[in-house]
Design a binder for this molecule. Structure first.
Ligand code: KIV
Ligand code: ZN
Length: 388
């Protein structure tokens, strides 16, 4: 049987924590509409208690979006949780996501609290949130660097208080896939009431492994929710990238045997919108949404793709919202790709000899110019010197 994988998008909360990525209420609402079209299950719309602006943004999203659960982050205290509920209450479905740090380092140096105090505060805040909504997520911040015995105590206690989702953050991107996967599995195996909650992964990308860690948390650990952002936007090196997780699970369904609700054709529009709104340019070689993700420049690859696309493509550009794949003409291109482009441009050269001459001129030009555009080809074949 195929299990469902819940996609929890935090572009508007953790993504916005990226320096320089802050968004206005209207910008957030526009992105939330696109996330709804993308069919994400949960939209973390912001951190309602953090500012009046964020409260208003969470409220506007909660009042507008109908087809996704809307969530607000809240520290583990009554004021934050109350503010989150106040902002969210107009939504069709809403969730409070409360958190407190559980690593020795964070408890001692940042919170200046003892482990017993943190445990009590975690329990009390989940209890308080559960009086306001039946959908409560709890995150032990810096969970991956926490002592596993202590973490088991905290998580067992918050599940007993009614937390319905347990999210295990790798807050500083310190995890390694196999270790993170085993960590989630250990927690689920050791906590007696673990099956009362959905397990969730939340990974940061400091070592470039956020997607791999999340997928290990799913495959090895049995997590059934992934927290992620469009384009991997997020603090420092970012968060797990939504498009990579979704397409990995879809393309390697043979391995994961999981399904998401995501409408993949909305991925590229979502990526463009987030990039334009935040001003964060997507690197050209970024998986799935980079400008070169479906572009072929080498002659051998172009020839292969023109004969059968799956020779060098494991996904279809059109399936994720690109108009088409791209054959980029340049010095590495072969005669086949050149001829194909002539055909697409409606240029019918009289004989193979003329094609050969035009191709030789194309190669000369390509040595001087890194990419040959359609206009270059039209100019090149329009020149009478092509004729032998
Ligand atoms: O990275 C993190 O620990 C977080 C939590 C607040 C969930 O974003
Ligand atoms: Zn985070």
């Amino acid at each position: 049987m195929t299990d469902k994988l819940i996609i929890f998008d935090t572009t508007l909360r953790d993504g916005e924590q990226s320096p320089g990525a802050s968004m206005t209420r209207e910008e957030k609402l526009r992105i939330a509409r696109q996330l709804e079209r993308l069919k994400v299950d949960v939209i973390e719309a912001g951190f309602a208690a953090s500012s009046n602006g964020d409260f208003e943004a969470v409220k506007a999203i909660a009042d507008t979006i109908k087809d996704s659960t809307i969530c607000s982050l809240a520290r583990a205290n009554d004021r934050d949780i109350g503010r989150a509920a106040e902002a969210l209450k107009g939504a069709n479905a809403w969730r409070i996501h409360t958190f407190i740090a559980t690593s020795a380092l964070h408890m001692e140096k940042k919170l200046r609290m003892t482990p017993e105090q943190v445990l009590e505060q975690a329990k009390q805040s989940v209890r308080f949130a559960r009086n306001l909504t039946s959908d409560v997520e709890f995150s032990p911040e810096d969970g991956y660097r926490s002592d596993v015995d202590y973490l088991c105590r905290v998580l067992e206690a918050v599940i007993a208080e009614g937390a319905t989702t347990i999210n295990v953050p790798d807050t500083v991107g310190y995890a390694i896939p196999e270790l993170y996967g085993n960590f989630i599995r250990t927690l689920r195996e050791r906590i007696p009431n673990s099956d009362k909650a959905v397990w969730s992964v939340h990974c940061h990308n400091d070592l470039g492994m956020a997607v791999a860690n999340s997928l290990a948390g799913v495959k090895i650990g049995g997590a059934r929710q992934v927290e992620c952002t469009i384009n991997g936007l997020g603090e420092r090196a970012g968060n797990t990238s939504l498009e990579e997780v979704v397409m990995a699970v879809r393309t390697r369904r043979d391995h994961f045997n999981l399904e998401t609700r995501i409408d993949a054709s909305q991925i590229v529009p979502a990526s463009r919108l987030v990039s334009q709104t935040t001003g964060f340019v997507v690197q050209p070689n970024k998986a799935v949404v980079g400008a070169n993700a479906f572009a072929h420049a080498s002659g051998i690859h172009q020839d292969g793709v023109l004969k059968a696309r799956d020779t060098y493509e494991i996904m279809r550009a059109e399936d994720v919202g690109w108009a088409a794949n791209k054959i980029v003409l340049g010095k590495l291109s072969g005669r086949n790709a050149f001829k194909q482009r002539l055909q697409e441009l409606g240029i019918d050269l009289d004989s193979e000899a003329i094609v050969n001459t035009a191709f030789a001129r194309f190669k000369e030009l390509a040595d001087r110019k890194s990419e040959i555009f359609d206009e270059d080809i039209i100019a090149l074949v329009g020149d009478e010197s092509v004729t032998p």
